[in-house]
Write a protein of this length. Structure first.
Length: 379
């Protein structure tokens, strides 16, 4: 059994999540968790730290490659070949390099992870945002018809976030096939952000490249241990590219950059993917699922709020439009002393994103404060 009821004090540790909020305010925003990391990763780092020399890391990372290949076979029953794996400094930097390599405008659906919405500025390439569909139960799906209406011949790529940040969707094989057909029709390269893939609750994650041979040959899949193992402060990512031409182009785009791997990150990632953390990961998902169920139950009893059912990630998307507030994020920050993520940066100012990757008592206190602030407004 691992510890998911308490966490070490995080203020004054160089932690953006806690250091930017004033004392007395609960941070429930940026996507890292308030749980200690797996002890296997701590032990791996401590073992490496004990060696007195920090030389250049092996840029090939053959052992880690083998772990990742086995991981994808064991967890998703898909084959990944050694040569398909390309190291990148992080998922976002890999995405930037991929878009710049393609050199065309790109399309994606909103709401969307806020940094993806910043890629237009970072890449200097035009982006097209298309709203997702949502039904009467506030369940989000891709709107293929709307994508068809917005697409033009200048678009060369589509970005998918799966599991989805912020709405928590795990896209089904049928949905992914429909998206793949859209991409094939318009000759698009899929750039699939799958950083949350191990945080699946209700469904098994399906890597986009595994949907079909067409998807494999026209996709760039990005992943990292940063979310599942709670180590975003040890940045690193990897890209899976079955298409040799795309892979060569990305490698050329990255020529001259520093190695994506340092010796401490290398130690952490080998532990993250060698299977030694699997029991910890299972217990983490169990705790997160309990938190999700509790959060959904609490929100369902507040008539002014609507929440999409979270199938994956530790992030939930809540519609606050019935409150009649100009800015729900600011209201809860001021009146409840809880800092959520503002919906505006994801594409909807009337929503907030809640990070429930924390001990139950912290989640309960944040929701109590939120509910009291709503009751105060009703008076």
């Amino acid at each position: 059994m691992y510890e998911f009821t308490k966490f070490p004090e995080r203020r004054n540790t160089g932690c953006i999540k806690w250091d930017i909020v004033p004392e007395g305010t609960i941070p429930m925003w940026v996507a890292d968790m308030d749980f200690p990391i797996a002890p296997q990763i701590t032990e791996a780092i401590e073992k490496r730290v004990s060696h007195p020399i920090y030389g250049y890391a092996d840029s090939e990372q053959k052992t880690l490659r083998a772990h990742i290949i086995k991981h994808y076979k064991d967890k998703y029953d898909v084959e990944v070949k050694d040569e398909w794996i390309v190291w990148v400094p992080s998922v976002i930097s890999g995405m930037v390099a991929s878009l710049q390599m393609l050199g065309k405008s790109f399309i994606y659906s909103v709401p969307m992870y806020n940094h993806i919405r910043m890629l237009e500025k970072e890449t200097k390439l035009p982006a097209i945002e298309v709203p997702m569909k949502r039904d009467e139960n506030y369940y989000f799906t891709m709107d293929i018809e709307a994508l068809e209406n917005q697409i033009n011949e200048e678009v060369g790529a589509m970005i998918l976030c799966n599991p989805h940040n912020p709405v928590g969707r795990m896209f089904s094989r049928e949905e992914l096939l429909e998206i793949q057909e859209f991409n094939s029709k318009h000759h698009l390269i899929m750039i699939s952000d799958e950083i949350h893939c191990e945080l699946a609750f209700d469904k098994k994650h399906i890597p986009y490249f595994a949907v079909s041979e067409e998807a494999a040959q026209n996709s760039i899949t990005l992943c990292s241990a940063g979310k599942i193992c709670n180590i975003p402060g040890l940045p690193m990512g990897f890209v899976i590219i079955p298409n040799a031409s795309l892979r060569e182009q990305l490698n050329k785009k990255q020529e001259g950059l520093l190695s994506a791997v340092n010796v401490l990150t290398q130690a952490a990632y080998e532990a993250a993917y060698d299977g030694s953390c699997d029991e910890w990961k299972d217990e983490l998902r169990d705790q997160l699922k309990k938190n999700r169920d509790y959060l959904e139950e609490r929100i369902s009893k507040i008539e002014e709020l609507k929440m999409t059912h979270n199938e994956g990630t530790y992030l939930s998307w809540i519609d606050c439009s019935a409150l009649g507030l100009e800015n729900p994020y600011q209201y809860f920050y001021k009146e409840a002393k809880v800092m959520f993520s503002p919906g505006e940066v994801f594409g909807d100012k009337q929503c907030i994103r809640v990070n429930f990757g924390c001990p139950h008592e912290q989640l309960k206190e944040a929701l109590d404060r939120m509910e009291n602030a709503i009751l105060k407004r009703r008076k």
